[in-house]
Design a protein around this ligand. Structure first.
Ligand code: ADP
Length: 607
């Protein structure tokens, strides 16, 4: 995707807002306009008050008081003290109202930006979780986590500064227009000098900002990816003694990144400093113009100076904040570009596929693998070729084959995580299509080689992904019994409410697999699939888990995948997969003995 411009990004973000947020956005703009009016009004009263205090006699007869008298011809406008009191009171009142409104609009702006972060973070997470499993196979998980975290660039670094720019522009324009009415020459000078200075500064630093922003994004992606990979693979990192290599790679990026952050900060602050310097020169210049060119009274002089000073007091920071916001926006564009790319991928991938129209499914007879072939994206050869067999309801079927034969791929197809490129998988008479998969997954229990245990209680790990209020505690206990883990649960300090996982009680490999079995059972499955569920366990644990698995034989449909022969001896039938094809289907005695011989003859080993 080519570089996104600010306007294109804004248009994209706006078009992805919910309609009530779009309304809120316009309401916010209206609120900002009102605040800007009050802000300008309050500054005008400061100037007026200063003149009134310095030279009330002159102010009383000025054209401004004349205008006010047309509306309110009050007695106090004719007395010096009355004028000072009334203008002072008006100044305080306007300041107070302006500040209350300003606080409210700032609250609205911050809240709106944060709500946008929440919205787009949710959009990404929801999209990532719904995208097909195959899409995830070719993505790095750390990149996806990064993308969800980068929602802050969309809110805090893009939309909040955009609102700030609207806010400041409104305020500066209203102030300068008002100043123009009162003091055209000076305001014209202010406008020309300030805007050309701001444009010049922005033009000079714009390219630098863009360059540093892109480098910063690329470095951050690399740093997070390396750190995530090293920590996720800590065991292998340690075994390979690769700690130093990862740490060095980290520093290779983190050190240059600190220089980039420094530059970004400097580019962001430079406009404020330059404008402040220019502003003071302008204040001095304006007074010189007034003194040299016009014949003015002290009150007028004090009033104009006060007006200029308060305008400068507001306009200069506003102008520099606009530049600051622009640089923040530019810094965030590369991140937003990545987010846009992800959301567009999600939209195009899910277009029509993420069907809400989920069809029910019944499983009474058999799962039929109907001439199925499958190839992974980017792989030239088919991983599975013309598989054709069935698993009858209530049957225990073993699948055997050497590593890389395609067993796990076949399971992913049977579960519905992957779709065949040729052939179909039928549940009874129904083809397993994306609209049926959710119903099929509901009645499928799956246990893999290394089950995912997340930081939470044992109960949460068993009732995985179910809202706390809907959790059936009695069913959890039943599942623990069926998974033969009662003895283990009794040792836990708070039973099924004990925290397990990284920050809780550490589980052994065997205990983890039992939790995974209980999790699979919690769904009241009609078919249980074990993909090398015991292969990473020691012999004692393997035997005991196998016993648990076979305890479901007869009452459940079981598919057990293994490359160890002993695991499959009690199956009704065994399917031997070799290089993605069915080599043999038959009774365990027959298939296992031939498979065993083949392993010894061809590979020279037998597990
Ligand atoms: P098994 O479970 O029998 O060991 P797999 O189903 O894991 O075999 O793998 C079968 C083949 O598919 C292997 O050649 C493997 O390299 C390939 N494969 C597995 N996963 C992927 C993937 N995500 N992308 C590309 N190829 C893959």
């Amino acid at each position: 995707m080519s570089d996104t411009s600010y306007f294109a990004a804004f248009k994209w973000v706006y078009s992805h807002l919910q309609s009530f947020r779009k309304k809120q956005f316009w309401l916010l703009l209206a609120a900002m306009f009102i605040v800007a009016l009050f802000e300008t009004g309050s500054l005008g009263t400061i100037a007026f008050f200063s003149s009134a205090v310095t030279d009330p006699e002159n102010v009383k007869s000025s054209k401004y008081v004349g205008v006010i008298k047309q509306f309110v011809d009050a007695e106090f406008l004719n007395s010096s003290k009355g004028l000072i009191y009334s203008s002072g009171l008006l100044m305080c009142f306007l300041m107070m109202v302006k500040n209350v409104l300003k606080a409210l609009s700032k609250y609205g702006m911050a809240r709106f930006s944060a709500a946008m972060e929440a919205h787009f973070g949710g959009l990404l997470l929801n999209g990532f979780l719904r995208l097909p499993y195959q899409w995830h196979l070719s993505r790095n998980s750390a990149d996806l986590i990064n993308a969800v975290q980068w929602r802050v660039y969309l809110g805090r670094n893009f939309f909040q500064p955009t609102l700030n720019i609207f806010n400041d522009l409104l305020m500066v324009s209203i102030m300068l227009i008002s100043l123009f009415v009162i003091q055209p020459v000076v305001s014209f000078t202010v406008l020309i000098v300030l805007s050309s200075a701001a444009c010049f500064i922005y033009k000079v630093i714009r390219e630098k900002i863009d360059r540093t922003a892109k480098t910063s994004r690329n470095y951050q992606i690399a740093i997070n990816k390396e750190a995530a990979m090293a920590i996720q693979g800590i065991k292998d990192v340690k075994v390979a003694g690769a700690e130093n290599a990862f740490v060095l790679k980290y520093y290779d990026r983190a050190i240059p990144l600190s220089k980039i952050f420094g530059l970004q900060k400097m580019y962001a602050d430079a406009p404020v400093l330059i404008l402040e310097t220019i502003g003071f020169f302008m204040l001095f210049l304006s007074i010189c113009i007034l003194l040299l060119v016009f014949d003015i009274t002290t009150a007028y002089m004090i009033g104009t100076m006060a007006l200029l000073a308060v305008t400068a007091w507001k306009v200069l920071p506003a102008a520099s904040q606009i530049l600051n916001s622009l640089s923040s926006i530019r810094n965030s564009i590369p991140f937003i570009q990545t987010l846009i790319e992800y959301v567009e991928q999600i939209e195009s991938e899910l277009d029509g596929k993420d069907n809400k129209d989920i069809r029910p499914l019944s499983f009474a007879n058999a799962v039929k693998i109907n001439n199925v072939s499958f190839a992974y994206e980017g792989n030239k050869a088919d991983t599975l070729k013309n598989l054709d067999f069935l698993v009858r309801k209530g049957e225990t079927v073993g699948i055997i084959g050497s590593s890389g034969a395609g067993k796990s791929t076949l399971v992913d197809l049977i579960i519905g995580l992957l779709g065949p490129i040729e052939g179909t998988i039928n549940i009874d008479d129904q083809v397993l299509t994306p609209t049926v998969v959710p119903s099929w997954i509901k009645i499928t229990g799956y246990v893999s080689q290394s089950s995912y245990i997340y930081d939470g209680t044992l109960a949460e790990n068993i009732a995985f992904g179910i809202k706390e209020a809907d959790v059936d505690r009695a069913l959890i206990k039943d599942c623990c019994t069926m998974a033969s883990m009662n003895e283990f649960v009794e040792t836990l300090p708070e039973g099924i409410d004990t925290f397990i996982g990284e920050r809780g009680v550490k589980l052994s490999g065997g205990q983890q697999q039992r939790v995974a079995i209980a999790r699979a059972l919690y769904r009241k499955p009609e078919i249980l699939i074990f993909d090398e569920a015991t292969s990473s366990l020691d012999t004692k644990n393997e035997t005991s888990i196998q016993k648990t698995i076979y305890s479901f034989k007869g009452s459940q449909t079981l598919i057990i995948i293994a490359h160890r022969l002993s695991t499959l001896e009690k199956c009704d039938r065994v399917i031997w997969l070799e290089k993605g094809m069915v080599k043999m289907i038959g009774s365990p005695d027959k298939v296992i003995s031939l498979y065993g011989k083949d392993q010894i003859e061809n590979k020279g080993w037998l597990k």
